[in-house]
Design a protein around this ligand. Structure first.
Ligand SMILES: [Zn+2]
Ligand SMILES: [Zn+2]
Length: 374
């Protein structure tokens, strides 16, 4: 049997190609792909912003059904919520297990995404067997070095495809928590005020996570009114349209909502360099800035380093998430009352992937989901 997969031959060029359906090795499994979200990073890849060895089968936000499973796979993989068997619905962490022996694994073991020996589904070269190492495909090959999670039955099918972006959002919020035993007023905690700058899917999920985790005033900014309405539905208290206000007015407005000082936490979710500088403007002294929007390099902006120094700021990056963060994401999806189904706006078949990529970022489009079985 042949498997159809969307292969990005180079930026801007995607072709549906056929591959032999592989039989999984003893430590591996073959996953029938049911749903895959299109990520902003897929669009960046398509636009040539990501240095990769093409051809690549993109796609890393997967929900699928185990089609065939090798006899040792449950022992070799990190299987959470398992054991798993053919017919089970699972999701797969894009990043493989870490290598355990690179500089970062040895010296900074608490930050597994720094490992230089990982492979990542949806970002790897697909020229060698078993080829199917990305998820915009009818089937994908999950090797033994993977983390897989059985999807709890009480997570609605529709929103389970948000597991990967929710992992990003929950990590962004956890990065805002102070390390170790916090002093009062250090980092994010119950009641903290937070500005979320940028209301695409990640910003909106960050807002939902903040609301569930006990945030105080949540202020959301964006250029598009409909996104700000969605931000309110996810739990934002105050929304500010960046198109109708000057940066000075926004700083003033945010200070007026926060005892005249600025937010405790500012989270940059827009992926626009200038928004990072704005985060430095709107955060209070002794506050924290989280940078999660720039998964690809969107260029430069001017910052005043004095602000970081004078405000005694903590500035934290978010490079993906530890593999165990999928557990946090699934727990969140099980319990949240945020209307996350509203974020899934479009479903397309595999051969319309390019149309879906093109739609991203347009008004009224949040998560576009590819359904290769349709
Ligand atoms: Zn993603
Ligand atoms: Zn490593």
């Amino acid at each position: 049997m042949q498997v159809q997969a969307a292969v990005m031959l180079q930026p801007g060029q995607i072709e549906i190609r056929e591959f032999d359906k592989p039989t999984p090795a003893d430590d591996s499994l073959l996953l029938q792909v049911d749903k895959v979200g299109i990520c902003g990073s897929d669009k960046h890849m398509y636009l040539g912003h990501t240095a990769l060895k093409f051809p690549v089968i993109p796609g890393h936000e997967v929900v699928g059904t185990v089609s065939e499973i090798g006899k040792n796979a449950n022992q070799v993989m990190n299987v959470m919520g398992g054991p798993i068997k053919a017919g089970d619905r699972i999701t797969v962490v894009p990043g493989s297990k870490n290598c355990g022996r690179c500089y970062y694994c040895l010296h900074v073991p608490g930050r597994p995404t720094l490992c230089s020996g990982r492979t990542i589904y949806g970002f790897s070269n697909s020229e060698t067997p078993p080829y199917l190492n990305g998820e915009f495909s009818e089937y994908t090959y999950i090797h033994g070095n993977s983390w897989v999670y059985k999807i709890p039955k009480d997570i609605p099918e529709e929103i389970s495809v948000l597991t990967e972006p929710v992992a990003v959002a929950t990590r962004a919020v956890e990065r805002a928590c102070a390390p170790g035993l916090p002093q009062v007023g250090d980092g994010y905690s119950i009641g903290s005020s937070v500005a979320v700058l940028g209301c695409g899917p990640i910003g909106l999920l960050v807002i939902a996570v903040l609301r569930d985790s006990g945030a105080g005033t949540i202020i959301a900014t964006d250029l598009v009114d409909s996104r700000l309405e969605m931000a309110e539905q996810m739990g934002a208290d105050v929304v500010i349209n960046v198109g109708n206000t000057t940066p000075e007015e926004r700083v003033e407005q945010i200070q007026s909502l926060t005892n005249g000082v600025g937010v405790d936490i500012a989270i940059e979710c827009a992926g626009i360099p200038a928004v990072f500088s704005e985060a430095l403007d709107v955060v209070r002294r002794g506050g924290k800035v989280i940078e999660v929007g720039h998964y690809t390099d969107s260029g430069e902006t001017q910052v005043r380093p004095h602000q970081i120094c004078n405000k005694d700021l903590d500035v934290c990056g978010v490079w993906a998430y530890p593999q165990i963060q999928f557990q946090t994401a699934l727990d969140f999806l099980q319990r949240t009352r945020a209307p996350l189904h509203k974020l899934i706006t479009h479903h397309l078949p595999l051969n319309q992937l390019e149309i879906g990529i093109d739609m991203l970022g347009k008004e009224g489009v949040y998560k576009v989901v590819i359904e290769p079985q349709s």
